[in-house]
Design a protein around this ligand. Sequence first.
Ligand code: ADE
Length: 226
Amino acid sequence: MRIDIITVLPELLEGFVNNSILQRAQKKQLVEIHIHNLRDYTKDKHRRVDDYPFGGFAGMVMQCQPIDDCITALKAQRHYDEIIFTTPDGAQFDQPMANELSLLQNIIILCGHYKGIDYRIREHLITREVSIGDYVLTGGEIAAAAMADAIVRLVPGVLSDEQSALSDSFQDNLLAAPVYTRPADYKGWRVPDVLLSGHEAKIKEWELQQSLERTRKLRPDLLEAK
Ligand code: ADE
């Protein structure tokens, strides 16, 4: 899988994509992540990528030309399955969307900034608009990072134990069961006996009960969605 991220703040994303799970996925050659500085595509001699909005509204708007040129240059090299724009008015990013996007070959994520981007880009080039939650970030970089992380960890082979992605919270609309490690007794705080029993069927049953109980208590909306 290949992810191209277009941003005016490449430094913000470089550190993120070159660490942890995203770095591991790239080293294993399962995923390629390329970050593009939008300013490299502007024809403006001061490297500006934004301008005042028509209509006298407040704030600045990202211009068509640099975004169009960057996306056109990428599209000339390969087919993209999705060209995603990060925006608070997009569709809510969730686990099913992460699953769906993890199956694609090539995606572009365009990070929004300022008051927004010229709407013509959204009409003519963007195939999907995505929000990571009902709050407004200064820019789309954190949204792009969150999406890349959630997508890449689902690519087969990225996690050492493939099962662990399947048993994540939300994967089947249930929150994950609690997990414990050694020692079995820490300051009198004991691990549930069933987990020490070695009885696989009973452990599975306990895990499901815990998942259901935690979901009922913490996220009943997920059970209604089932
Ligand atoms: N840009 C600003 N806020 C955002 C959000 N909540 N999700 C995605 N992109 C954004």
